[in-house]
Design a protein around this ligand. Sequence first.
Ligand code: GSH
Length: 211
Amino acid sequence: MSYTLYYSPSTASMAVHWTLIELGVPFETVPLDIAVGDQRDPAYLKLNPMGRVPTLVMDGQPYIESTALLMLLAERHPEAGLAPPPGDPQRAKWLETMVWFANNLQSAQRDWFYADKDGPPSGAPAVRDMARRRIEAAWPRLAGLLADGRAYLFGDRPGVADFLAAMLMRWSRNMPHPANEQPALAAYLARMGALPSYEELCRREELVPWP
Ligand SMILES: N[C@@H](CCC(=O)N[C@@H](CS)C(=O)NCC(=O)O)C(=O)O
């Protein structure tokens, strides 16, 4: 299995990068500077017609959408136990949570950060206001998933849902109400932040750890 990840630090590629590090499989990386528009380079658009990161080239074929990539990596490396397998009692809740992250929280975060790029700047304040409400509503719901005292979202070891959750929480760090205002989420982030794979991710992406 060969992997090449096109990434930009601290963006939607972060959870995929984290997963590859956690898996310990060989992979290559191609950094893109989205501030200068590398994602719109014609050669890159052939891999990712959306002009976004991440793109993961697997065995020579490019694939996009971070949540799908995470689910696929967990499926391709079942021995790593990064997701409840089909038939596991937690599988349904895992699928629900992964799609909820992608479809609700992450899409609202796209609106928060890109309101004046994805639509007319005149409508951006209203879009951002609605996005902020959806994002802030997500944190208590996420805290609820940890309310029984579990260390990680699905089991006693971290998996792709946790890498995705921690990435999405990180993006709230400069928002009026960041995720770590919820005590359960602050404790969870501290656990995630203590993982050796997170330390390695921060080293490779030159990230300032948060919180
Ligand atoms: N749903 C996509 C979202 C990807 C996305 O929006 N990536 C952002 C960075 S977080 C991006 O590429 N921004 C650059 C741009 O839109 O020009 C995924 O999860 O892969």
